[in-house]
Design a protein around this ligand. Structure first.
Ligand SMILES: Nc1ncnc2c1ncn2[C@@H]1O[C@H](COP(=O)(O)OP(=O)(O)OP(=O)(O)O)[C@@H](O)[C@H]1O
Ligand SMILES: [Mg+2]
Length: 255
């Protein structure tokens, strides 16, 4: 649980992210800079009819905590100037780093990068969608598989100066139908490391106890059993899954 002052101290709005499709505000609680997304500002979505995005974002934070890798910045529910919503600690990113990028297909380095797909730019040149091959980003891909994230765009990866990677915008997660849409496809078929499997094991275990009880406040029972099934399947197969199903495997736009 967040420290009590983050729940009760006044949340002051300082700005608004105007590119966002839902109402997304910047604010502060004392010294802490936060993102605030009021439930009232959510646009209804035909493909996510149950619950609300704010609850899914908090659920993603709880699962990230159970994994133990601090992928999702601290996220909680509280009241703000536009009513109940989700609040998340703001993270100052390093503008010099790009974990997910577009580059000419013939310039993708041999090592350090994973090549996801090729497209054509306006001039007909072949452009590659790539992402870094780092442990931090792999862990985010593991979170996305078990959370069934339908919206892992390039801009939902935050590059921290020390190499840490935070993931944000987890409103489209935990559906009981397969909906994995991500730009992080670089490890398809690769074996999960022992550490990665241990993290998934912690989620499986947690679902039988406190994590399960906390998620019951946020997700439907069907969504929670689907989460448990995805964890079990990933541990049994032990490898990063590939795209499947009818829906596009990457979100649009990619960033
Ligand atoms: N906790 C955070 N710390 C730093 N930057 C953040 C944080 N949360 C979001 N951002 C930045 O703000 C952008 C918009 O936030 P987010 O994607 O969560 O909002 P949204 O309302 O879902 O927007 P959209 O519909 O455009 O995806 C993100 O792409 C990211 O660059
Ligand atoms: Mg977004």
């Amino acid at each position: 649980m967040p420290a009590p002052d983050l729940v009760t101290a006044e949340l002051t709005l300082t700005g608004r992210i105007t590119t966002a499709s839902n109402a997304t505000f910047l604010g502060s609680i004392g010294d802490a800079a936060v993102v605030y997304k009021p439930i009232r500002g959510e646009k209804p979505l035909w493909d996510f009819p149950d619950g609300n995005l704010a609850h899914r974002e908090v659920a993603a934070y709880l699962v990230s905590e159970a994994l133990g890798w601090s992928i999702v910045p601290r996220t909680w529910l509280r009241e703000g100037p536009f009513g109940d919503g989700m609040v998340q600690l703001w993270q100052e990113t390093d503008p010099e780093q790009d974990a997910v990028d577009l580059m000419p297909a013939d310039e993708v380095p041999e090592t350090g990068w994973k090549h996801v797909l090729d497209g054509q730019d306006e001039e007909g040149r072949i452009v590659a969608l790539v992402h870094e091959d780092t442990a931090a980003l792999r862990r985010m891909a593991v979170l996305d598989v078990i959370a069934n994230n339908a919206d892992r765009k390039g801009d939902h990866v935050l590059e921290m100066a020390d190499g840490h990677r935070y993931g944000v915008d987890h409103g489209l997660t935990f559906h009981s139908d397969h909906k994995l849409r991500t730009v992080l496809w670089g490890w398809v078929g690769e074996k999960l490391s022992g550490e990665e499997l241990d993290g998934v094991g912690r989620v499986s275990e947690g679902l039988k106890g406190e994590l399960g009880r906390n998620l019951a406040e946020l997700l439907t029972a069907e969504e929670i059993s689907s989460l448990a099934a995805r964890c079990a399947a990933l541990r049994a197969v032990g490898r990063f899954p590939g795209p499947r199903g009818e829906m596009p495997a990457v979100p649009w736009p990619l960033f």
